[in-house]
Structures are given as structure tokens and as C-alpha cells.
Design a protein around this ligand. Structure first.
Ligand SMILES: [Zn+2]
Length: 391
């Protein structure tokens, strides 16, 4: 469906395709050729292009949780994605620094979790919340361009904004918790032993189902230190009662329960891969993101029966500086355009070893990307290399 053949002769251009996606990609190629006309005034060269993507998954993640991205800007972002034949727009809707999805019955998401007092001490309040109608409009806009929108609700950690609004969802409620104003993470995890937590996520997933035709829900699952689960009396009791030997088993159980909850709506989860294949379940899809672990992740996920999307941060984190000397906040690795072009999602391994690799995914974490100009400045041109790596 996503293959096309573009033939250009002195009489004109002719496009055939295996399906709707292929037609969109062929049109994108034609647009790219036309955009080069200024450099080649004689016109588009005659020739035949037979083309199709190497992988079915070619995604970009944006992070409106850290800095809210208005709908009009998301549409501009999607226009560029379509131009470079990306087909998955991933919205990181929740994190410590903000919650951007309204959920009926939970008004404090908007009044508390969607706002923070300032950003890195700038003294300027920041906030934003999409409406259900805006998200539906984005979904339709992207669908017209061959792009599926994937929502992410990060669990059980990365949840200080949620904790500020609903502290009772957490193992040790802190009524004075505030939405985080700087980068970084905390130890707060939602408590799997509280019925109100499951009631809340049932409402969240129902809302996602009504907005996003994609049946995929990215559940995050990353950077969740289990110290508070270890100490929580309810969690301790549950582990003892179920014969779980440690908090990693509790994590596996938590993911399984989340997956069952999604399944009621016909939805399936994805996760950021934490290297411990044992906490996921065969058939699930995970993203390799941790630095320099991609190659070993390919083997470990294959053995565990998981699908893998390549998002290894040394190639795919596009908020990282792209030239030496560009500011790196003291820790980000410089990721040059050349480095991005070196990405092979299969890392040179055979098709037999990499049949479970579904594609590529680049992420633009937005702690330091306050608006669309900053976002595009960091994402491009490197996203073009990631798009090619997936094609
Ligand atoms: Zn607990």
C-alpha cells in the first residue's frame, strides 16, 4: 500500500501506487522535486522512481507537556512531517511539568495539573490544555496527510503534575506537591493498590478512545524508581499477598493490569524500553531510547518476543545540540547531522535477527524548546536523516 511509481516524461508526470499511503508519498516526492525548480529552471528531470519505505513506522515525538504547543503549531509541524514522509506523530501529553489532556470528571487536571508557576526560575507562569475538539481536529488534519497520531500518558512515574492535582493517587500523598518548574524527575509513582487510580485511568483511556482513532496508547513506563512502592504499606501487602518477589514483579503486574484496562477499549500499549525485557509481555512494542543500548536491545527484545522501534537517543533525541559549541545544558551529547545519517535501525544485523524492528522514531523533549521556532530549529535538518533511516 505504501509503494509508488513516479514516471516523468516530457509530456508530464504519472503516479501509480499500491494504495493511499503510496499515493501520498509519491505526491510528496513530486512536491520535493518541484521545490527544487528554482535550482534547476529547466524543470523536473525525466526519469522513473520506484520507491517504498523500509519500515512501516517512521515517527516523531513532540513534548507539549514541557512546553505547550498550540494546535496551529502542531499542524505546521505535521505539514513538515508529511513532506518528509513521516507517518506517526507522537504526543507526549503528560509529564512532571504539565498535563495536557482534559478528562471528564477530573477538573483539577485543568485547574492545577495544566499550569506551573514558572520555568527554570523565570517567574513567568506557563500552562495549556487541549480541548477534545482541538485534538480531534489535529487527528483529522494528520490523517489527511497519512499521519497517525499516537497519544502518550506516562505511567507510573513522570507524574508530578498529576500528583499536584490528585495527591491521593500516590503511595504517600503530598498535599503541597506543585507542578514541577525545572527539568528532572521525582520518585512519585501512582499507587497500583488504590482503586481510585484504576477508575481514573479507565476514564483517561475512554477519553483517548473517543479522540484518537489509533488503538495505540503509549504508556511511557520509563524512569520509574520503585523506592516508594517498596515502602508503601499497601504495595507491600499486595506483593506479599500475590507472592511477588520484588517491585519489578509489581511493575510487570502493573503493566499487565494497564494493558487489560486498555484492552476493554480495543487499545494496545507501547512503552519506552528500560532494558529489563522481563517487565513487558510478548507481542508488545517498546522503544529503544537509552544511550548506546540499541544494539543489545535488538537481541534482548527479539528473545522476549517484543517488537522494537528504534529511538536510541544518540541518534534520535533531536533536542540534543547538533553542532559542537551549541548549548547542551551541561549534559546533552552533541548529535550531528552526520551521526543521524549513520543510523541503521537494524545495526547491520540480518533480517532474521531484526524482523521485529518496526522502524524509527525521533523525539524532541521540550524542557528547553519553548516555542515552534525553537522546536523546528533543533528538529531540522536532523529529522530528514531519521526519515531516510526509516525509508
Ligand atoms: Zn503504593
Amino acid at each position: 500500500k505504501d509503494a509508488y511509481r513516479l514516471s516523468v516524461t516530457p509530456q508530464g508526470a504519472h503516479l501509480t501506487s499500491g494504495g493511499r499511503e503510496g499515493r501520498l508519498y509519491g505526491q510528496a516526492t513530486l512536491r520535493q522535486l518541484q521545490d527544487q525548480l528554482a535550482a534547476q529552471p529547466e524543470g523536473i528531470p525525466c526519469g522513473v522512481i520506484k520507491d517504498k519505505p523500509r519500515y512501516p513506522w517512521r515517527g516523531l515525538m513532540v513534548d507539549p507537556a514541557r512546553h505547550f504547543i498550540p494546535l496551529a503549531d502542531l499542524k505546521k509541524f505535521a505539514d513538515l512531517m508529511a513532506y518528509y514522509k513521516f507517518n506517526k506523530l507522537h504526543l507526549h501529553l503528560t509529564d512532571n511539568q504539565g498535563w495536557r489532556l482534559p478528562v471528564p470528571g477530573y477538573p483539577r487536571l485543568e485547574s492545577v495539573a495544566s499550569k506551573r508557576a514558572e520555568t527554570f526560575g523565570d517567574g513567568i507562569p506557563h500552562g495549556g490544555m487541549y480541548t477534545r475538539e482541538e485534538l480531534k481536529e489535529l487527528v483529522a488534519y494528520c490523517a489527511d496527510r497519512g499521519i497517525e497520531v499516537i497519544p502518550e500518558i506516562d505511567v507510573p512515574g513522570h507524574n508530578e503534575a498529576l500528583a499536584a492535582a490528585y495527591p491521593e493517587f500516590f503511595c504517600f500523598p503530598k498535599p503541597d506537591m506543585k507542578v514541577r518548574t525545572v527539568a528532572g524527575n521525582s520518585k512519585e509513582l501512582v499507587c497500583p493498590q488504590k482503586p481510585e487510580v484504576w477508575k481514573f485511568y479507565a476514564a483517561v483511556f475512554k477519553e483517548l478512545k473517543d479522540i484518537f482513532p489509533s488503538k495505540i496508547v503509549h504508556l511511557g513506563g520509563d524512569e520509574a524508581p520503585t523506592e516508594l512502592w517498596e515502602k508503601c504499606p499497601l504495595c507491600r501487602q499486595a506483593r506479599a499477598g500475590a507472592g511477588m518477589k520484588d517491585e519489578q514483579e509489581q511493575m510487570r503486574d502493573f503493566f499487565a493490569r494497564m494493558t487489560s484496562l486498555l484492552a476493554k477499549n480495543g487499545q494496545t500499549p507501547q512503552f519506552w524500553y528500560e532494558g529489563n525485557a522481563g517487565i513487558y509481555h510478548p507481542g508488545e512494542t517498546v522503544y529503544a531510547w537509552r544511550q548506546d543500548q540499541a544494539r543489545q536491545s535488538i537481541d534482548k527484545t527479539k528473545k522476549a518476543g517484543l517488537n522494537l522501534i528504534m529511538a536510541s537517543n544518540e541518534y534520535c533525541y533531536l533536542d540534543f545540540p547538533q553542532i559542537q559549541g551549541q548549548y547542551n545544558w551541561g549534559w546533552m551529547r552533541t548529535t550531528t547531522l552526520r551521526k543521524c545519517y549513520e543510523l541503521d535501525p537494524a545495526f547491520g544485523k540480518s533480517p532474521q535477527e531484526t524482523g521485529h524492528v518496526r522502524g524509527v522514531h525521533a523525539a524532541a523533549w521540550a524542557e528547553h524548546l519553548p516555542d515552534l521556532n525553537h522546536l523546528l530549529y533543533r528538529v531540522y535538518p536532523r529529522a530528514m536523516a531519521i526519515a531516510e533511516a526509516g525509508w
